[in-house]
Design a protein around this ligand. Structure first.
Ligand code: HEM
Length: 496
């Protein structure tokens, strides 16, 4: 890092420091003259916004930790003391509480931007993977943080979520006991969650550093999805994007401040103002809003894997195999894939895929309970379950995040930006609506029509990644892409 040409600085003190430790040269190179595409829209503000929220969470968290007591007998009251007696304690706590929500809002928008403009594609695959890792770490941190106030939802949320580890065959219960530090959520759990909740944000800072490093190696993507080609395409980061980022940040903070001061509890659950009581289960246990879509996916799997479910999934996967392997040299040993892989035989695909779907449904109906308690269908071995619904739900939930890790290899279409991919654009916008529907389903009790709605929405989520994207790689014709970023900017100006 110290090697390379140093920048010149008028300020003597800055120059003196930089000669010995070139931090100012580094800043100048990476945030001063750094070439940045000239056509960013406001969606490119959200990385900087997320970074600001991360710092804000760490600072407010450190202050809260000065007054918080991680003990089951004291935790709830120590938070109440922060709210009532500690100078400005209420403000710091509300900033931290709502900061978590706004951090997730910023990161969700940041992820959507990346998906819409294909920012996960070559050469930014690792940058994307580091992002998904940050997202996972954020989820773990937020989950453990929510346990700390030791309210009813803290306690029961932790009980439900850690309970899912027991679904792992053979070793599940041991893992659960090990995580909790006992047989139930208790003092040992609270202590380790506090310790990890303090540690993980610093790990996130480390991964964010790698994330930005990777970004500064590949350079930023932009709304056209075309890489800069000449010096007409980029602008120096400062002053163009320092000002644009500051403006976007201030607008975002207006919303954050409005909620923090005028409606600080609107995003939380009232039951968390009741101290944890292991003897009283709340009528309806819900996680924080930002986990709801994943919670809905977890609960959508109401059936175990019997031979019909397994065979159905197997046949559907077999039907998809030629699509997955379309861009590889691998010759799929399935009859309908002709040698040159050009004439896709839709009829044969639909027969095999449809057959798989039908057999899957038979397996599902063998387990579907009717109002009188009997099963909707009785088939031989239909009740023989290899993997329970609980395990299936956990796998589906983790799988839904794992799909994000492999997204760069699921979407290999050569055009990045959805602006030039009409079919991808529609599928992605439907996914956004689907994710919101999943959130609504996660909020409701698992009963009545909410169950099939959650299952349909989960099926679309999975299909988007595993079926739609591979098909689009093969069949989607993109619109004409501009020759350069500069050309796209000039064309837009002309149109105005
Ligand atoms: C603590 C959370 C995060 C922080 C502080 C952060 C920070 C940043 C910053 C500052 C940028 C450059 C500015 C911008 O493009 O907006 C960026 C770019 C990017 N981030 Fe993140 N990020 C975070 C989480 C994530 C997550 C969860 C993902 C994906 C799952 C992700 C994927 C990306 C991608 C693909 C880019 C490149 C975008 C482009 O060039 O078009 N980031 N990030």
């Amino acid at each position: 890092m110290a090697s390379g040409k140093r920048a010149e600085f008028d300020n003597k003190v800055v120059g003196w420091i930089d000669e010995r430790l070139p931090v100012f040269t580094l800043m100048q190179k990476e945030y001063g003259v750094f070439p940045t595409p000239r056509n960013f829209n406001y969606f490119w503000n959200f990385g900087a916004i997320a970074m600001t929220m991360l710092i804000l969470m760490i600072v407010t968290g450190i202050v809260l930790a000065m007054h918080y007591t991680p003990h089951t007998g004291e935790a709830f009251n120590s938070v109440e003391r922060i709210m009532r007696d500690v100078n400005w304690g209420w403000m710091i706590r509300y900033m931290h509480m709502n900061g978590a929500s706004f951090f997730f809002i910023a990161v969700y928008i940041h992820i959507c931007r990346g998906m819409y403009y294909g920012s996960y594609k070559k050469p930014r695959e690792l940058l994307w993977i580091l992002g998904v890792l940050i997202f996972l770490l954020m989820m773990a941190t937020a989950f453990m943080g929510y346990v700390l106030p030791w309210g009813q939802m803290s306690y029961w949320g932790a009980t439900v979520i850690t309970g899912f580890f027991s679904a792992i065959p053979v070793i599940g219960e041991d893992i659960q006991t090990w995580l909790l530090g006992g047989f139930t959520v208790d003092n040992a759990t609270l202590n380790r969650f506090f310790s990890l909740h303090y540690l993980l944000p610093f790990l996130i800072v480390g991964v964010v550093f790698l994330h930005i490093w990777a970004l500064h190696v590949s350079g930023s993507n932009n709304p056209t999805g075309i890489e800069p080609q000449s010096n007409k395409d980029p602008l120096p980061f400062h002053p163009f994007y320092t000002t644009k980022d500051t403006f976007g940040l201030l607008v975002f903070l207006l919303f954050y401040v409005a909620i923090t001061f005028w409606a600080p509890n609107v995003l939380g659950h009232p039951d968390n103002y009741i101290e944890a009581n292991p003897m009283v289960t709340p009528a309806h246990i819900v996680p924080e809003w930002y986990f709801l879509p994943f919670y809905a996916i977890l609960r959508a799997v109401t059936f175990g894997v019997n031979i019909y479910v397994a065979a159905g999934i197997g046949l559907m996967a077999l039907a998809m195999l030629p699509v997955y392997c379309a861009q590889t040299a691998f010759k799929v040993p399935v009859i309908y894939n002709d040698k040159d892989k050009k004439n896709f035989n839709w009829n044969k695909f639909f027969v095999l895929f449809g057959l798989g779907g039908a057999i899957f449904m038979l397996g599902f109906l063998c387990q579907y309970e009717l109002a009188d308690g009997s099963k909707a269908l009785a088939l031989p071995f239909g009740q023989l379950i290899f993997a329970t619904a609980k395990l299936g739900g956990v796998l589906a939930m983790f799988g839904s995040i794992a799909l994000l890790f492999v997204l760069p290899w699921l979407d290999t279409h050569p055009v990045k930006s959805a602006n030039f991919r009409p079919m991808f654009k529609i599928a992605l916008l439907v996914l956004l609506v689907d994710f919101i529907v999943l959130g609504l389903v996660g909020m409701k009790p698992a009963a009545g029509l909410w169950i099939p709605l959650g299952q349909i929405a989960t099926a679309y989520y999975m299909s988007f990644f595993l079926i739609i994207l591979p098909f689009l790689n093969k069949f989607e014709k993109a619109l004409p892409v501009p020759k350069s970023i500069n050309e796209a900017v000039l064309a837009k100006k002309k149109a105005k």
